[in-house]
Design a protein around this ligand. Structure first.
Ligand code: G6P
Length: 369
């Protein structure tokens, strides 16, 4: 097992550090910015059909559901297609409205999650076309789908999903860009820029992984916290949910992810001088709004840990701790802004003596409902 961990203390840490490579693997042969090439082989025949879709329904569970939420923002923004993201377990039991010609994207690392599989069968029986985004080749979900794209992240052993998430988001982003380009909702310059920036994501992740030591020091300060709040807006809202999920899964600290503005409708009541609040506060179209949300937290003496864009001069003057990530097109930010949150949860869990790779009560793949 020590050999399988490749010198890392845990599979989760190894998998976090594999992300520059797993994202690169997920882009290989699919994207070439120089020639303006973007093709997901398994979806070749579906890109045009998807570009005509009125609606896409995404079904998934857990971290894969968070990847689906990121996809909702990207598909709607770039391809102007209405997207609904459903928990597979809710979708399958509520007589959902699915019509012939609807597209369902099922996202699953294992390809075996019982609820997601059942949601697919239900949607299929109502005439939907199913596209699978899975990691495990030949698993039940890809077999039950009409077509799909693999995430090529390699085996993920740690129960808390890390590299599978970034690979899912990478595939879904490529799908959205390809569909938007076919549909004509994406300007050629933006198309080229997105491909160019996608190719640079692995090296940006690599750079963030170098903040490892700094993140460990922050973890040391908060390892005994009892609660955490994670806030983000726009593309970083699903990242806030994912950051909170990672922390609760492996460290057993109660954590909530919220859209930053929604904080006023509840979580703000929890803020006092003991409450760590993680803001994903990158330079994007929500930046100014997030800055005011940080002020609101500081006014109530909350402790702010902010993920910011390199070179940001303002937020570091307000936040208690900052972690920088490189600048990039805002649709691609989740691929990189999630990395420090994975590391933060990992170190906190290790410092609390938790079984990081096999947290209590959780299974890698939930094959019963
Ligand atoms: C379990 C795992 C999570 C995963 C979820 C969905 O809860 O512990 O890491 O996100 O199932 O699994 P899937 O294989 O369908 O992505």
């Amino acid at each position: 097992e020590a050999i399988e961990k490749g010198g890392y203390d845990h599979f989760m840490l190894k998998e976090i550090f594999e992300q520059p490579r797993s994202v690169a693997d997920c882009l290989r042969g699919r994207v070439n910015a120089d020639s303006g090439h973007l093709v997901l082989g398994g979806l070749r025949d579906y890109t045009e059909k998807l570009s005509k879709a009125k609606r896409i329904v995404i079904v998934a569970c857990g971290t894969s559901w968070h990847a689906g939420l990121v996809a909702e923002y990207i598909f709607e923004e770039l391809a102007r297609i209405n997207v609904e993201v459903e928990y597979a377990s809710e979708f399958r039991y509520r007589n959902p409205i699915i019509k012939e010609g609807d597209f369902v994207i099922a996202i699953s690392q294992s390809g075996e999650t019982a609820d997601t599989l059942a949601a697919i069968e239900l949607a299929k029986s109502k005439g939907a076309t199913i596209l699978g985004v899975c990691n495990v080749v030949g698993a039940s979900i890809p077999r039950a789908s009409h077509a799909g794209a693999y995430t090529h992240a390699g085996p993920e052993i740690g129960v808390a999903s890390t590299k599978a998430f970034t690979a899912q988001v990478t595939v879904l982003t490529q799908m959205a860009i390809a569909v938007a380009s076919k549909k004509g909702t994406l300007h050629e310059d933006t198309f080229r820029r997105l491909l160019f920036e996608l190719e640079r994501i692995p090296s940006k992740i690599e750079k963030v992984l170098k903040s490892d030591e700094k993140i460990r020091e922050i973890a040391e300060k908060f390892k005994d916290a009892r609660n955490f709040i994670y806030l983000g807006r726009g593309y970083n809202f699903p990242v806030a949910l994912e950051g909170a999920l990672k922390l609760k899964e492996i460290s057993y600290i109660h954590a909530e992810g919220y859209p930053a503005a929604e904080m006023k409708h509840g979580p703000i009541a929890l803020i006092d001088a003991e409450m760590p609040v993680v803001f994903i506060a990158t330079k994007d179209s929500s930046y100014e709004k997030v800055v005011s949300n940080i002020q609101e937290v500081k006014a109530r003496k909350g402790i702010v840990i902010a993920i910011v864009t390199e070179g940001d001069k303002l937020i570091p003057t307000m936040a208690d701790y900052t972690i920088e990530i490189p600048a990039m097109h805002e649709a691609l930010i989740p691929l990189v802004s999630v990395i420090p949150l994975q590391l933060l949860s990992y170190y906190i869990a290790v410092m609390r003596g938790c079984n990081v790779d096999q947290p209590r009560n959780l299974a890698k793949s939930v094959t019963v409902e």
